[in-house]
Design a protein around this ligand. Structure first.
Ligand SMILES: [Zn+2]
Length: 194
């Protein structure tokens, strides 16, 4: 029995969500936020989304496609952002979800742009472009959690990232990796609304 997952995705990427649902052995909640939940009480909004949508999921799979970036604007991304915020939210009676970002093939070139020598430590770093033009801030911040170093070793990242092609081969491995982050030290450094 795998971890229960919630999938956060843009409508344009629904084909990938359906593939996960129908062709992979992933235990998932088939819901998407479709109501802005108007309230001045942020805690209420987070609790409500957790109760009505994320329910007992422990991992949120975020599909990273051409339409899931910050630059498209807060209104356009209102549901995506709320889904990730509620996923990161520690509340009464719930711990946050692990976050697994799955890079869809259309985004490989913009996210994985090679590697280069670091001006600071002289070693080679792989470039993983997670910024406002590729993802929403809720993901990029909690992937590159500020650490004062020139790079981000595994233990300094809360979000887990995987290419679509690797994900569909062994989804349970990556889901488990994201699940485990919830009990690691880095879980104390996440931000719900970066
Ligand atoms: Zn370096």
């Amino acid at each position: 029995m795998g971890r229960k997952c919630f999938i956060s995705f843009k409508t344009e990427d629904i084909g990938y969500k359906e593939f996960i649902q129908n062709d992979l052995d992933v235990d998932m909640i088939d819901k998407s936020l479709d109501d802005p939940i108007n309230s001045d009480n942020e805690d209420y909004i987070m609790r409500k989304i957790r109760e009505d949508y994320l329910s007992d999921s422990t991992v949120t799979i975020f599909l990273i496609g051409p339409y899931s970036n910050e630059n498209l604007g807060a209104y356009e991304q209102r549901f995506l952002k709320r889904e990730l915020q509620a996923s990161l939210y520690h509340g009464n009676g719930n711990t946050q979800n692990g976050i697994l970002g799955v890079v869809l093939p259309e985004m490989y070139d913009s996210i994985y742009s090679g590697s280069g020598t670091c001006w600071s430590c002289g070693k080679t770093h792989t470039y993983v472009n997670l910024n406002d033009s590729t993802v929403i801030k809720e993901f990029s911040y909690n992937y590159y959690i500020p650490n004062g170093k020139c790079s981000w070793p595994e233990e300094d990242r809360f979000c887990v990232l995987v290419r679509w092609d690797d994900f569909i081969r062994t989804p349970e491995n990556y889901i488990e990796e994201a699940f485990k982050k919830r009990s690691q030290d880095i879980a104390n450094k996440t931000k719900v609304r970066p």
